[in-house]
Design a protein around this ligand. Structure first.
Ligand code: SF4
Length: 259
């Protein structure tokens, strides 16, 4: 089996806060978010053998307690299943960063107990496919290769969240905020209200507002947009806090802060 592979960070403390992890980055993604920072992963494929990626995980073994699969979109590839299985055999916790577009694969990992934590993008309110389409790069953004309809994307995200929530897994839901694209007070209220109505296991769920850094965006015209500053982020965090217990903001200046 081949893996469309982008790279490995052998020791990361940022991809799963609180754990030392080896992070494996996959190439390709069905979306084309205009603010995507990893757009080099969306271009040419970089196929390697499954065993090569297993070696990367194994070689990090003594120094880490977790394997994180990120991208790109890791759930897009069937290889995620044997790789998660391999990480579990090594005694590692498994975390998956996902845009939520592959609920069936998420369910397979949950059923086979191959995942301990999901980090799921909630790019926009899942009950607003029109806004989701804008933020995910459907129609007119990126290079026009989005392979799902806005309705399919929004429904898949909701289903992936439901799958993780029903299994009582640890769950990080996150929204990346970009000035004038996504992150107005009303939009954050709308997303936080949706989470509050749809996620049952609040104890294990954290909602994180991430400061988008537009300077390396996929969409060139975004590269000059000014990032939201920490105060603006905290203000939006307080808005989300009106709906949810566990809210954090993540900024370049101050790292992660609970609101
Ligand atoms: S930011 Fe969007 S386009 Fe880029 S990897 Fe993530 S989901 Fe895909």
């Amino acid at each position: 089996m081949k893996v469309n592979y982008a790279g490995t960070v052998s020791l990361s403390t940022l991809d799963w806060r609180g754990k030392a992890a080896v992070t494996i980055f996959f190439r390709d993604c069905p979306l084309r978010c205009p603010y995507c920072q990893n757009h080099s992963y969306l271009e040419e494929p970089g196929l390697v053998e499954l065993d090569f990626v297993k070696e990367q995980i194994k070689n990090s073994g003594p120094f880490v307690s977790a394997a994180v699969f990120s991208g790109g979109e890791p759930l897009m590839q069937a290889a995620i299943v044997p790789l998660a299985e391999f990480a579990k055999e090594l005694g590692l916790f498994v975390g998956i960063h996902t845009n939520g577009c592959y609920p069936e694969r998420a369910a397979e990992l949950v059923e086979r107990k191959l995942v301990d934590k999901f980090f799921i993008d909630v790019k926009a309110p899942p009950n607003d496919p029109g806004l989701y389409a804008k933020v995910a790069g459907c129609g007119g953004y990126g290079d026009g290769t989005v392979r799902k309809t806005p309705e399919e994307i929004a429904a898949a995200v909701a289903k992936t969240i439901e799958t993780a929530d029903s299994a009582s897994l640890e769950l990080e839901l996150r929204t990346t905020l970009i000035r004038d694209l996504i992150g107005s007070k009303e939009e954050i209220e709308h997303i936080a209200a949706w989470i509050s109505e749809n996620v049952k296991n609040r104890e294990k769920t954290v909602y994180v507002l991430q400061q988008g850094l537009p300077e390396h965006s996929l969409q060139e015209s975004l590269r000059k947009v000014r990032s939201l500053d920490r105060e603006e982020m905290l203000e939006l965090g307080k808005t989300a806090k009106g709906f949810l217990e566990k809210v954090k903001v993540r900024t370049k200046e101050d790292g992660e802060e609970a609101v």
